[in-house]
Structures are given as C-alpha cells and as structure tokens.
Design a protein around this ligand. Structure first.
Ligand code: ATP
Length: 221
C-alpha cells in the first residue's frame, strides 16, 4: 500500500503555507516529517486525514485518487497534538470503544492496570498521552498519523512507543512528526523536511544542517 500526497497548495487568508508539496509513504515503512515551528507539519497530517482542505492537493492510494475525506473511510487513525479523549470516559470503555484489547495492554504495561476503572482525567498528562498513542497505533486501520507522539512522555515510554511503531508498521503506513528529531530519525525509514513551504526528501542527514533545521555541527555532537 502506497500513499502519495502531491501538489499541495495551502493558504490561510493570502498567506501561502505550503506549495508544491509532495510526500510518499508506504506500508512497512515509517515516514518521518521534520520542520521548524509553523512550517506546516500538522497541516500536512490534517490534509491527509481530511480535516483540512487546502486550495489544491492530490491524494492517491495505490495510484487511485482519493476524493473524499480519508477519515470517512475509517482506514486512518490520527493522533492530534492535543488530548482527544473525553475526560470523563473510563479507561476500560475507551479501549472497548477503540476495539483495542485491554488485557493485552495491561499485560504489556502492568503499571497501567490500576487505571482500568479510572476516568481519563484522573491520569497524568504523560499517562494519558501514552494511552492515546497506544490506542491509535493498535486500532484496526491501514494508515496511522502521529502528531508529536513523544511530547510529554518520559524516556522509557518513548522507547516503548518506538517499539510499538516498529511492530505496527509491518501492517500499516505510519507517518510521524515530532520535535524530538533524534527519535524521529531513529524510528523513520524515510524522512522529509518541510522547508520554505515545501517538502524536501532527506537522503543524507547532513541536509538537515544545510537547510538550517539543525545548527551546523549538531549531528557530530
Ligand atoms: N487555522 C489556521 N488559521 C490560520 N493560520 C493557521 C491555521 N492553522 C495553521 N496556521 C498557520 O499555518 C502554519 C503551519 O502550521 P502547522 O500547525 O502546520 O505548523 P507545524 O509545523 O505543525 O508547527 P509546530 O511544530 O509549531 O507544531 C503556521 O504558520 C500557522 O500559524
């Protein structure tokens, strides 16, 4: 399965945010998107998901043009930047809602077992985020979009998230963006940098310094 986003032209009012943007992602591989604050990374994920309509775009899956918002097809799961689960929902009912196996989760992460009957807002920010990431990664779907999954979770949990991503990518297209560039680079098979309103396919990590995303010498530290 191959997803291609092509010819994106995105404006807010008259300000051009993205132009001639192209991105290719395929099943079995993780596609990472890097870029400075405000470069358009979240917009790209929202355009793929179908919650943001740019002036122009082409979205293809296996070469077939997708004309309807992708979220309508239920083949896509999106982790937005901020909490999306209602505060008063019980953890066990959230797992049921997502059709994700609670027992399997509690076995893998026994420290979460005690939260089974708690409400979502009784967990810490990082605990909530980890549950959201887990549900989005494990939900039955073909395409996973992750907007800043590493934000607010501790180093050990980041390693767990990376392991989960590597497991789930076998059967899914996974597109990820995060400011923890080392973790994005580590988990990604293909990388794009959003630079000057367009996407650059990164083949050599030194390009991240050339395009001024990282300061010179960062990669050698
Ligand atoms: N609803 C909106 N109305 C107007 N401008 C917007 C809107 N949403 C995003 N933008 C602008 O589009 C640009 C890209 O935003 P986006 O959220 O995609 O950036 P980003 O690369 O994800 O940034 P960050 O890394 O800071 O989260 C920014 O300049 C932002 O101000």
């Amino acid at each position: 399965m191959v997803l291609e986003l092509d010819n994106v032209e995105l404006y807010f009012k008259r300000k051009r945010i993205l132009g001639s943007t192209y991105l290719r992602a395929e099943k079995g591989k993780v596609t990472g998107i890097l870029g400075r604050n405000g470069s358009g990374k979240s917009c790209i994920l929202n355009i793929i998901f179908g919650s943001l309509s740019p002036k122009y775009k082409l979205l293809r899956i296996n070469g077939t043009h997708i004309l309807k918002a992708l979220f309508l097809s239920k083949t896509v799961a999106f982790l937005p930047q901020h909490d999306f689960i209602p505060n008063r929902k019980k953890i066990i009912s959230i797992f049921n809602l997502f059709k994700v196996n609670w027992v399997e989760f509690a076995k893998a992460f026994p420290e979460f077992y005690k939260f089974k009957d708690k409400h979502f807002n009784q967990l810490s920010g990082g605990e909530r985020r980890f549950i959201e990431i887990y549900l989005i990664l494990k939900k039955h779907c073909d395409i996973v979009l992750l907007d800043e999954p590493f934000n607010g979770i501790s180093p050990l949990m980041i390693e767990h998230v990376k392991t989960l991503i590597n497991e789930e990518k076998q059967n899914k297209i996974i597109i990820i963006t995060d400011h923890r560039y080392n973790d994005v680079i580590d988990v990604s098979d293909n990388l794009y940098l959003i630079f000057n309103g367009t996407s650059k396919s990164i083949k050599n990590l030194e390009e991240l310094e050339t395009y001024n995303y990282l300061s010179m010498g960062t990669l050698n530290q």
